[in-house]
Design a protein around this ligand. Structure first.
Ligand code: IPE
Ligand code: IPE
Ligand code: MG
Length: 259
């Protein structure tokens, strides 16, 4: 395995790694939690049961991320396009989010987890938006894992909101077009202050991004896990990290030692 030292300069993937200490953990892991419905269907269960078990897999993933010394864990929980699902499934997913925040927030807080929520909160019902605000406010000062919850999130919609903010700054004379640079855009996104993901894991074998972190994943490594999300466990997390460590991240440059 050749690991580019140059990777550190851009990806700065240098989390502490209590487990497998020789290799630094990726700093930011983002997960497309896919396959809840198929997990349930393969057992003759209603889709809801897959989503319910999916929440348990979220709890496991958070514990794993803490153990592995990962600094940022982003979970794709509800996409801007998931509104296309039947109203009954949408209300089940909203219900599960509420349940998760109500039942797990105290535990996350006790584990020093800082919660950040990305996505469009304007379209959400007041009780859900309120719970998401509360999760962020209560854990804001925590210094452990940052759990980024992508809820009602779409990468293109996020970029659109950023463009509107930047355009407003230009229209108001606070910003000149020639002064817009890459950091201007990065800082106008919902993920302002969060480093780009080093690794994106997608479960259930699908090879697509589905509008997840469109801007931020320009140089992420992708690992596709064949299993469904409710079966994702610590061993699967370790296997994904193993695969990540076999990659040679060049960021457009050359491998360390090449040339
Ligand atoms: C992921 O599982 C959960 C969400 C998208 C909310 P799915 O519900 O997409 O499950 P599949 O892909 O239909 O199996
Ligand atoms: C992506 O999964 C969204 C989430 C995991 C929340 P989907 O199941 O919605 O994506 P597609 O429809 O297969 O692209
Ligand atoms: Mg799916």
């Amino acid at each position: 395995m050749v690991r580019s030292e140059g990777a550190r300069q851009i990806g700065d993937a240098a989390g502490a790694a209590p487990e497998g200490a020789a290799r630094p953990a990726p700093r930011h892991v983002a997960i497309i939690m896919d396959g809840n419905g198929r997990w349930a269907a393969s057992r003759g269960l209603p889709r809801f049961e897959g989503h319910r078990r999916g929440v348990e897999a979220v709890r496991r993933a958070v514990r794993s991320a803490i153990t592995l010394g990962i600094h940022y864990l982003t979970i794709y929980s509800f996409s801007s396009e998931n509104w296309r699902r039947p109203p009954s499934e949408i209300s089940e997913l909203m219900g599960l989010l509420k349940l998760f925040v109500r039942s797990d927030l105290a535990d996350l807080h006790a584990n020093n987890v800082r919660v950040r929520v990305i996505g469009d909160r304007a379209d959400l019902s007041g009780d859900i938006a309120g719970l998401l605000d509360e999760a962020e406010a209560r854990t804001r000062a925590n210094t452990g894992l940052t759990l980024v919850v992508a809820f009602n999130y779409g990468g293109r919609q996020e970029i659109l909101r950023a463009v509107r903010r930047i355009a407003a700054a230009v229209a108001e004379g606070r910003l000149r077009p020639e002064d817009i640079d890459l950091p201007t855009i990065t800082e106008a996104l919902d993920t302002a202050g969060i480093p780009d993901p080093d690794l994106v894991i997608r479960t259930s074998g699908e090879h697509r991004l589905s509008n997840f972190l469109t801007w931020q994943t320009a140089y992420a490594e992708y690992v596709i896990e064949p299993g469904f999300w409710p079966d994702f466990d610590h061993a699967a997390f370790l296997a994904a990290l193993d695969e990540y460590h076999r990659r040679d991240r060049r960021f457009g440059g050359l491998s360390a030692g090449a040339g």
